[in-house]
Ligand binder design. Sequence first.
Ligand code: ADP
Ligand code: MG
Length: 584
Amino acid sequence: MSPIRKLDAVVVDQIAAGEVVERPSSVVKELVENALDAGATSIDVILLDGGLRRIEVRDNGHGIVAAELVLAVTSHATSKLSSSADLEAIASLGFRGEALASIASVARLEVISRTPHNPAGASLKVDFGVVGEVRDAAAVKGTRFIVADLFAELPARRKFMKQASTEAGHCVAWVERLALVHEGVAFRCENNGRLMFEVRADDDLSARCASVFGAHIAQRMIALDRPGEGLSCSARIGPPESARRDARRVHLFLNGRWVRDARLLRAVREGVKEYVPIGYYPTLFLALHLDPERVDVNVHPQKTEVRFRDERIVFGTVVSTLRQCLAASTWATRSVGVFGSAVAETSSSGGATSSHSFPAPSWQRPDDLRTSSAQRLDLASAVAAQLPLTSAAQPAAAEFLSIANTFLFRPVAGGVEIIDQHALHERVNLEELRREIRQGQVVMQPLLVPALVDLSRTELELLLGWQKTFLRLGVDVDAFGATTLAIRGVPARLTRLHPEKLVMDLLEMAAENRAASPEMIQEEMLFSMACRGAVMAGDYVDREALQSLLQRGANLPQDRTCAHGRPVRILLSIEDLEKAFFRR
Ligand code: ADP
Ligand code: MG
């Protein structure tokens, strides 16, 4: 056995570096954040081989005086924090005073800096933890950091690096994130002499979104800014078709800091779930501004995780901001393409017609079958009409052809409308249940014989804790002995609902969201009831039932998507058909 001894400072820094500096992009992130903290309005990131060979970050911020250069690269030395009280309200991006020391312990670092009041600059080199001498150096106002040979002396770490092009991608991603939220600052990033990203200082948020997400998406983003005392929020959401299975296009910011937080992501999914299919994430910019005292960013060395003093308020704001934003969007209204742009948008954006940009017909359109064939073939007129909505005309069940007991087809002006029967029924249920809740509570149908479900004691406890919320939703439950739950009533309109299945859903929900508010549980339950109470794909629906479903569907506030964000109906336009048959 070796004796116990204190590690030397370089090893300590290298261990700490393991947490801060994972790859070249972590260096880029830390250096750019430092530049922002230094008040820079212009930041250049110059990479060689994706940062594996060399990373240079130049800024025009307030600089570091020669006498403090050594301190700057020493661990636990910072100008941003002086007492533990400051930790309670962190307003800067950095505060731990360990990034530079960490980087310098695993690479060759050089810093050249000049403050505005000094005619000359100074430089300092640190090679894998070995600190050199401060020298005079010619320099413009601001700071330059050069980091070369990252992990060169740590083969174990070097091994984990990916191809230079992949590392370059990670680096640019960090520049993009910080550029999105720091308006007023110019950013530039190049790799091996090639420009990868650029925004000017006067580029506003829309211009920044265009640089990061592409002009096509940025043009169609919905904006919502919610000012507030102590908590404000601004959001930009991309169109549904720009949603992705991974969260790479989700950008959440807290006080100018890009954060990645599982619970915040959950709130995002909650907020968009009616517009974006389950399992997908929207293209999103969402910036929260909160009193620094109300959040704790000192959770993890990379500072991308956060804790909120009042989680519910923050998550609630995220969810409601997104919902508000989406409800105001054209995606939620009728007579807009299920997949894409509204007609007006298409023409204003220079006729970017994909096969997906067509208007979906509305339930309230006049009986299209009776329009002349000339009109039917004329997509332009069907589109231009954006037909006036009159609640008189509803489609009759007889117009529809049912395929595979799942899809309902009918010819309409400009093409063929296809409805997913389950999706429609689910949306109808959801909207009707919501209406009943607004009026007090969901109308309940007592069961003649209560349904009994055997549970464990804790499960029973858990469910009984939500008894009141359940009752509002038309579900009447109570204990029947120590381990049995009795379901005494279910929502009257959900005739297809299987009470035991509902209880299992409730249990899952209550178990998953122990910290959830009654509103959240209520929402979750609504969705589950709307789905469980709907006809399934493959169920036979007779004409009478279909007629009633169509009627109920005729007056929905939103009928674009089912409760889970899948489309309720789509329109195959004549143009689409022509394309399919190579007539175009
Ligand atoms: P932190 O950012 O947590 O304070 P760092 O190790 O990243 O710790 O930086 C240490 C200190 O070096 C900072 O507190 C700041 O005073 C100084 N510094 C670092 N980068 C810059 C920069 N680009 N411009 C001016 N000062 C800087
Ligand atoms: Mg820092």
